[in-house]
Design a protein around this ligand. Sequence first.
Ligand SMILES: Nc1nc2c(c(=O)[nH]1)N[C@@H](CN(C=O)c1ccc(C(=O)N[C@@H](CCC(=O)O)C(=O)O)cc1)CN2
Length: 280
Amino acid sequence: MILALSCPDRHGIVAAVSAFLFQRDCNISDAQQFGDAATETFFMRVVFEPVEGDAPEAIRAAFAEVGDRFGMDWTLRGTEPRKVMILTSKFDHCLADLLYRWRIDELPMDVTAIVSNHPRNQIGHVDLGALPFHHLPVQASEKAAQEAMLLKLIAETGTELVVLARYMQILSDDLAGQLAGRCINIHHSFLPGFKGAKPYHQAHARGVKVIGATAHYVTADLDEGPIIDQDVERISHRDTPEDLIRKGRDIERRVLARAVRYHLEDRVLMHHGKTVVFGD
Ligand SMILES: Nc1nc2c(c(=O)[nH]1)N[C@@H](CN(C=O)c1ccc(C(=O)N[C@@H](CCC(=O)O)C(=O)O)cc1)CN2
C-alpha cells in the first residue's frame, strides 16, 4: 500500500505515521519525506505491506485519526491498476509508447479508451488491439458538445486519469477544471519556453542549443499547469525543424511515461501550483 500526505510542518509527523504502521505490524519498504521551509509544509510518501487480512478500508479508517490530528491531505491506496484514458490527435508516438509500457506491465493502469479528434485511420500506425477507440471530432462551434461527450465517456468508464498524448485541442476552462489534478499533458518544449502550438519551429527560429519536453497537469491556462517531469537534449545549428521534431519524439516519450508512472504510483504531490515528486 502507498500512503501519500502533506500537512503543516511540525514535530512528530514521521513518528506518528511510523508508530501507526508499527502498531498495525505493517512493514515499511520505502519512505520519502520533504519539509518545504518556505511554506512550512511537510510531504511524505510511505510504501508498506500490511499484515495478511488487514483490509485497506480498515487501515484508512484507523489512519483518519492521525490525518485529522495533523491536518493532513492524504491518500492511502493499494497498488492495483488505475483506470486511464488516453487522448491523442495525429502524432501517435507517445500513445504507442504508453501502450507498449502498459503491455509489459511497466505502467500500473487499465486503459479505459483511446480518444481522438481524428478518425482511427489518421492516427498513425499504433496497434490498439481490442482497446475501445472513440472518434470525437472538434468543430469550433461544437466544442462544448464534444467536451460533454468526452466527460460522459470519462464518467461512464470510471476513468481516474486522462492523459493528453499529443492531443492538440485546448480544453475549455470548465473541462480543465473538472479534470484538475487528474489530467496530464505532454508539451513538446522545455517550459516555460515556447508555449503553444509548433514549439520546435519556435525553437529553431530562436536558435536554441537545447530542446526539451514537459509533462504537466492541465489547467485552464495553456501550458501553465504544475510541472511533473522534464528532460532535454542538446542540439546544434545543423538541426532542421524536422530534426528537432525527430529528436523531440524520444524526449516526449520518456518524459510522459515517467510522469504518468509517477502519478499512478502516488509519487506526485501538488503544492502551490508546483509539485513535490518522490521519484525513483
Ligand atoms: N486547457 C488546456 N488544454 C490543453 C493544454 C493545456 O495546457 N491546457 N495543453 C494542450 C497541448 N498543447 C501543448 O502542449 C497544445 C495543444 C493545442 C494548441 C493549439 O493551439 N491548438 C489549436 C488547434 C490546433 C489543431 O487543431 O491542430 C486550438 O485549439 O485552437 C496549443 C498547445 C492540450 N490542451
